[in-house]
Structures are given as structure tokens and as C-alpha cells.
Write a protein that binds this ligand. Sequence first.
Ligand code: UT7
Length: 348
Amino acid sequence: MSGRAAVLAGLGGWLPPTRITNDDLARQLDTTDEWITTRTGIRQRFVVPPGLSTSDVAIEAGARALASAGTDSVGLLVLATSTPDHPCPATAPEVAGRLGLGEIPAFDVAAVCTGFVYALATASSMIRAGIADSALVIGADTFSTILDPGDRTTRAIFGDGAGAMVLRAGSLWERGALLGFDLASDGSQADLITVPGGGSEYRSKGLAAPGDEFFTMQGRSVFRNAVTRMSESSRRLAKQLDWPLESIDRLVAHQANIRILTAVGNELGLPEEKLVVNLDRVGNTVAASIPLALADAVHTGSIAPGHRLLLCGFGGGLTWGAAALEFPEVSVEPLPGSPAPAESTYTK
Ligand code: UT7
């Protein structure tokens, strides 16, 4: 096998300006800060204000990852999202265009909360195959635009945001190389996480009901699957790489629920300090979750160069997967909590 690999060269994230605390939600819905904090670990989330959509948050994160890599050009853009600006076309070409990246290949990957791991695997494979020499991989979602405003469960969990990585071609033996992936799906459980309407199935069958454009989730079953699947995927990848589980320095798992993260940590025998957690601050940001958690942990110094990282995700589809790397020298800007949209340089 050739030693060519995709190597992490830049990292960035962005959160939209509107912060919603648990107390804010409790003023609108039949919920409490105590319920949300104890059942999920989430204390606040950020959502897009009217007028901003997924391309806007993706561009902000993408620009920060490019700056972190010290470059303004890449050969490929892969955008993981389940809330594209439009059902058609993909959002990635618009993001590439507004970032000034030229006529590069650009496409979306839809794997809900596993989207970033799938997109990373896609970009990494294209670099390894010589189809591209560098890539911008963005995970961006604005789930606030598809939640039922009256659904206390989903509104307590989800937040908007975007995270991004720049990859460059390098060697499998250098720090930062993406060393392997484990990807899987189970379509028989597709209905556990779904937006029922708005697609070809409902149009073709003439099905339409009020509210079918909203996101739905069967929380308990999703919870059980998330623990099992993220644990098994992490375990499989560690075995494939010959990494003893205790040699993993940090697990950067999808930020869905603190109880899920703790359960996965227990399954893998990883102590609490090895679990990266930022869901208290940002909620479940879907495809943005893993790169945002990584960016936060790098910024706070919890992740340092040389650390063995397992990234793992789980989401609708069902889909799940894991990726592995040793963290290189990459610096990241602190996640801006609330820049005004007007300050953005990347206007439509
Ligand atoms: O990102 C993709 C992956 N998504 C996930 O991983 C999410 C996985 N699931 C979860 O995190 C949890 O299942 C939830 C946080 C969604 C729900 O927690 P739970 O402990 O599984 O609660 P539950 O769904 O079993 O509901 C328990 C009770 C219900 O009331 P009853 O029927 O017992 O009277 C809910 O209606 O809690 C109620 N409830 C709430 N109460 C206050 C649900 N949401 C809320 C809320 N505030 N926000």
C-alpha cells in the first residue's frame, strides 16, 4: 500500500450569534433547566437568527479552518450536512464559490450526526487516491430550522453550528495523518431519526400531513443504539490499527448526551478525563459536533500534539463510524460565541 495519506493541516469552528439557555427554553416550553441538565448535560445552545442558513455557518467555519492551515486554496470541498440550503442543488458548490476557492469539486454528504466522519473518510480517500492534493471538510447544520417549535425534547438537545478541517496530502507516517476509518449503517432503523416529509417518497405516495417537515426522533432507542454503535466502531478501529484501548488519549465522540458519552467511555474502559465534552456549551450540533468538540478541546489545551485521537459518530440512517489520528501541531481560534452576522465578510 502507498504511504500517501491525508494529513490534518487546519481546524476551525463557528457558532451563530443567538444563544438560548435552558431557562430561555423553560420560558417557552414545558421543561426545566434541571431536567435538561440532568438528562442531557446541555446548558445552552446557539441558533441562527432569521436570514442565516447552513451555507453561512459553513463558510464561517471553513474560512477559520483555511486560516488555521495558513492557506486560501484547496483542491476539494466536502460538506457534511442534513440541513442543506435547498433540496437541490448541493450547498457545497455555493460554499466553495463564496469562499473564493474557484472551480474545485464540491459536494454534500448526508449522514446526519455521522456526517463529518463520512465526509472525512471521503476526502481522505480522494487524497490518498491522488484525485485531490488538499481538501476542506466542513460539518455544518442548522437544525433549529427543522425542529418543531413545540417539541421540548428535540429543542432541548439540538443547536446550530459548523466545524471544519483542512487536509493536505502527506505521508501515513507523519503526525496528523488520518490512519483509518470504520463506517457502517443500518437502514432497517431509519425511522428512529427522520424528517418524514419533503422528499420524493411523500411526494410520490401523495402523503402529506401538517408537521411532517419537522425532525422527529425516538430518543430512547436512539440512545441505546448510540452507545452500542459508537463503542463497537471505536473498538473495531482501535483493533484494526493495533491500538490498545488504553493507549487512546482522547475520545472525541458525537456530542449527543453526557450520559451517552459516559456510557461509551465505560464500555471502552476510558476514564472521564479522556472524554472530550463541550455539549454543555453548544448542544448537539449534528454534523458540526465532532469538529467543534475537537476545536474546543484544542483551544483549551485538553488535546495536545502527539495525542492519539479516536473520533466517533452516530446518527440517523442509522449511520455510525470512527476515524483515528495522532494530533499534529495545529492551532485553532477560540470559537466565537456571537459575532454579529453583519460582521461576516462572506455575504450572499
Ligand atoms: O444526534 C443523534 C443522536 N441523538 C441522540 O443520541 C439522542 C439520544 N437520546 C437522548 O439523548 C435521550 O433519550 C433524550 C434526552 C432525548 C430523552 O431522555 P430520556 O431520559 O430517554 O427521556 P424519555 O424520552 O424516556 O422521556 C422521559 C420523560 C417523558 O415524560 P413521561 O412520558 O415519562 O411523562 C418525556 O415526555 O421526560 C419527558 N421529557 C421532558 N421533560 C421535560 C422529554 N423531554 C423533556 C424536556 N423537559 N425537555
